[in-house]
Design a protein around this ligand. Structure first.
Ligand code: PEP
Ligand code: MG
Length: 586
């Protein structure tokens, strides 16, 4: 046995929590694909063999879909519809059949066609599109193993007989779904960012996870003791006795703190010196609403509706959307839900075969740009949202605004939609608040003009940081540049808040900064009115707000805006946060 020395690998925190255990390494290596030349008389049988393997794969995917729908909800289950769709793409299947007719065996023909699609998506370089390439890879491997009758490595995840930490180059949503098993304590992957399906599912399953570790697979062997720190985005391989002891203490503290924090659930987010902010939560799917309520958020500060559109056949209709929005609005009432019109295009596209051909998808046809160009899709959504506004406290928000004209045009469509609904005698809330995401530097700089047309701003720090610092939010190679507390970012945020105050509209922030306790302290100090965080961190942010003085946060935020060193800011915040005593309910 080789004695290993402790090694820390840093990546991206994808799902919070800490777990320690023995590694199970999924090599995820591509299987060897046999190549055989066939006689013309064998071709029909070979096509039949291919079709049987495809039917079997579709059956397996539908079974997984059902299991996931039951355990995790419809929106996650739809990922498997996308997988089935890949296998129903007639053009690709025709190409495979043509290759077989040229005399190749089914494995080789199928692999050749689908690897090509996968490679084309992968080379686009955008993290979201890479996820779609991952979907194709998953489906490709499934069909190949069904053709060859071998068991897929990841299949073993559903039949574990001891606790493991899964280490993989990449995990597909299907693999992640299998981790429902209580045996999987955590996972860590080489690739991926916070927005991958896998990361989203890990958060929903509440499994600690770190992604974007670049080459963790090659450094870990089956059975190695590892720690996955999903809070810091870190993996410790072969931890020393000291590290183990430290982490053991932290796990105990984390469990106690998490449980203890829920005691704040029904208390307001107010500082010791009486400054209140609104603390709400972000959701990607309507199934997360219960979690929002359980964690004591005062409503939903961002509902990312694009997940209703992606990974499905065809567009969602008005009635289907209305049912979803109404269910969410009713469940959180009297608290508000801010429904963001779909942030589609560019980095999130409608189906695996409709990826955009753009060099720079994050700077491309996304958000409101897509919405204004596809007025039909936008209007259907606005009708559904407006109708839901009759059943609760609904606000509407437009994403990716970079010019005044966009807001004016979007409001014009909204006005038309209201008139249409009025003529039809449909109920809706005419006074429903309208807001925009402030997530481009351009929007920050013209905030005065934009404020005249909306009721609120919600700062999208995830995008604002990447545009301000020219550092792709999904690229692990430039993750070191992606610094929320960079003074340039803080100055943009401060300007937005100040303009909001002068213009008499409220300003919130719904990017990941709201979920980070240190950043949240600085945002509080900058005078933010609302923070919308991931549901599970709401109690932690609330505890922080209740245990600090606004005057301290304000002084530190002012210094952070003037200064140039984010590390110094972090130190000042940590020192200051340790000072107050949380007002714990008895
Ligand atoms: C953001 O950009 O901060 C944001 C909340 O939107 P998304 O992460 O969906 O782009
Ligand atoms: Mg954004």
């Amino acid at each position: 046995m080789t004695i290993k020395i402790e090694k820390v690998v840093n990546g991206i925190a994808a799902s919070p929590g800490i777990a320690m255990g023995n590694a199970m390494v999924l090599s995820n290596r591509d299987m060897l694909v046999p190549l055989r030349r066939l006689e013309p008389t064998q071709l029909d049988d070979e096509i039949g063999r291919l079709m049987r393997a495809i039917d079997l794969s579709k059956g397996q995917l539908r079974e997984t879909r059902q299991m996931v729908a039951k355990d995790m909800g419809e929106s996650y289950a739809r990922i498997f519809d996308a997988h089935v769709m890949i296998l129903e793409d007639k053009r690709s299947l025709d190409q495979v059949v043509t290759r077989i007719r040229e005399g190749y065996n089914a494995e080789f023909a199928f692999n050749a066609v689908f690897s090509k699609h996968e490679k084309a998506l992968w080379e686009k370089g955008d993290v979201y599109i890479k996820d779609r390439a991952g979907d194709i890879r998953d489906v490709r491997k499934r069909v190949l193993s069904n053709l060859s009758g071998t068991r897929r490595e990841a299949e073993e995840l559903s039949n574990l007989d001891s606790d493991v930490i899964v280490i993989a180059n990449d995990l597909s949503p299907a693999d992640t779904a299998r981790m429902r098993s209580e045996r999987v304590l955590a996972f860590a992957t080489d690739v991926g960012g916070r927005t991958s399906h896998t990361a989203i599912m890990a958060r929903s399953l509440e499994i600690p996870a770190t992604v974007g570790l670049k080459n963790v697979v090659s450094q870990v062997e089956d059975g190695d003791l590892v720690i996955v720190d999903g809070n810091r985005g870190r993996v410790v391989i072969a931890p020393s006795k000291d590290t183990l002891a430290r982490y053991t203490l932290e796990v105990e503290r984390y469990a106690k703190v998490t449980k203890g924090l829920l005691r704040f659930k029904d208390l307001p987010a107010v500082t010791i010196d009486d400054r209140s902010i609104m603390l709400s939560a972000n959701i990607e799917s309507h199934e997360e609403v219960d979690s929002v309520i359980e964690h004591g958020a005062e409503g939903i500060g961002l509902y990312r509706t694009e997940f209703i559109y992606i990974g499905r056949e065809g567009l969602p209709g008005e009635d289907e959307q209305h049912r979803i929005y109404k269910a969410v609005a009713t469940r959180v009432a009297p608290h508000p839900v801010i429904i963001r019109t779909m942030d589609l295009g560019g980095d999130k596209f409608l189906s695996p075969f409709e990826s955009p051909k753009e060099m720079n998808p994050y700077l491309g046809w996304r958000g409101i740009r897509f919405g204004l160009a596809r007025k039909d899709i936008m209007k259907t959504q606005l009708r559904a949202i407006l109708r839901a506004s009759a059943s609760g406290n609904v606000k509407i928000m437009y994403p990716m605004i970079s010019g005044l004209e966009e807001v004016i045009s979007a409001n014009e469509i909204l006005k038309e939609t209201k008139e249409e609904l009025g003529r039809e005698g449909q109920a809706f809330d005419d006074a429903c608040e309208i807001g925009i995401m402030v997530e481009t530097p351009a929007a920050v700089m013209i905030a005065e003009e934009l404020a005249e047309h909306v009721d609120f701003f919600s700062i999208g720090s995830n995008d604002l940081i990447q545009y301000a610092l020219a550092a792709d939010r999904g690229n692990e190679k430039v993750a070191y540049l992606y610094e929320p507390l960079h003074p340039a970012v803080l100055r943009f945020i401060k300007r937005t808040i100040d303009v909001g105050k002068k213009s008499g509209i409220w300003v919130g922030l719904c990017g990941e900064m709201a979920s980070d306790v240190i950043c949240a302290f600085v945002l509080l100090g900058l005078g933010i009115d609302e923070l919308s965080a991931s549901p599970y961190v709401v109690p932690e942010i609330k505890e922080m707000v209740r245990s600090v003085y606004f005057k301290d946060a304000k002084a530190i935020a002012e210094e952070a805006v003037r200064g140039t060193d984010p590390e110094k800011t972090k130190k000042m915040v940590t020192r200051s946060m340790g000072k107050g005593t949380p007002d714990m309910p008895l």
